[in-house]
Design a protein around this ligand. Structure first.
Ligand SMILES: [Zn+2]
Length: 253
């Protein structure tokens, strides 16, 4: 849909870069039009009214001209709030940025279906409110596999359909695999039943249930490792922002 007149939309600011002397390029994940990059004029001036509304991790009602191709234009903003904790904390910031990148890779420039937009917004709220950002992102990652067209079979053995027994995960075959059929994939993940349990749980639960999950720190690393392998082997790539998270983890040592 081409718009030449200004239109109102809800959005979350995903990225902001300075542009030329006085302006900014602001990427907003709009509810109505998907990811859009806006030229916002005069953001560098001290009197700019709009500058504070286009800080990364702001959200609210915006108004502007949406273009199908190239830059859109932002005119004004109202009811703007910010994910303050995410803005302040470099680690939360990194997870939220990775989440935006995953969603952008999954949906490209199409508008997000309503339930996915809500789900992303909810994930940001949970991160903002102190829930474990890594677990929030892991859950979203398991859910997003279906959008990438590689939803794994988490219900029964991908080879023989068994629903009971000891299970591992096969990236190549796309799901859980029972011990009878381990020979079918020698490169299966070789993860413990506990980790398989969490992968299944994450793929099925709603974010609202996150408060009930308790995971030991070393299990979290193993879950992450498994999800990384699933993404690398089935989706095929990761956004660059994932590398920042991996690097960040080494800072704690
Ligand atoms: Zn089997």
């Amino acid at each position: 849909m081409a718009h030449t007149a200004a239109t109102n939309f809800f959005g979350i600011v995903v990225r902001r870069q300075r542009y030329k002397e006085r302006d900014a390029l602001v990427t907003i994940l709009t509810k109505e039009y998907g990811f859009k990059t806006f030229l916002v004029r005069g953001t560098q001036g001290s009197k700019s009214k709009i500058s504070g509304s286009v800080i990364t991790f702001s959200y609210g009602d915006y108004s502007g001209v949406i273009k199908d191709e190239g830059l859109s234009y932002l005119n004004s903003a109202s009811n703007i709030k910010q994910f303050d904790e995410i803005i302040k904390d470099i680690e939360l910031n990194a997870y939220a940025t990775f989440l935006f990148d995953l969603f952008h890779n999954a949906f490209i420039d199409d508008p997000l279906p309503d339930e996915w937009y809500r789900s992303l917004f909810k994930a940001l709220l949970y991160i903002e409110n102190g829930f474990d950002a890594q677990v929030v992102v892991d859950i979203m990652q398991m859910h997003l596999l279906q959008v990438f067209g590689v939803a794994p079979n988490m219900d029964s053995c991908v080879v023989g359909g068994e629903t009971e027994g000891r299970f591992d995960f096969s990236v190549i075959l796309g799901g859980i695999i029972c011990s009878k059929h381990f020979d079918a994939d020698i490169h299966r993940l070789h993860i413990s039943e506990r980790i398989v349990y969490f992968l299944r749980l994450f793929s099925k639960i709603n974010l609202d249930q996150i408060g009930k999950i308790e995971i030991k720190e070393n299990n979290k690393d193993m879950i992450q490792h498994a999800i990384d392998s699933i993404y690398e082997g089935s989706v095929g790539y990761y956004p660059k922002s994932k590398k920042f998270i991996d690097d960040m983890k080494t800072w704690h040592i």
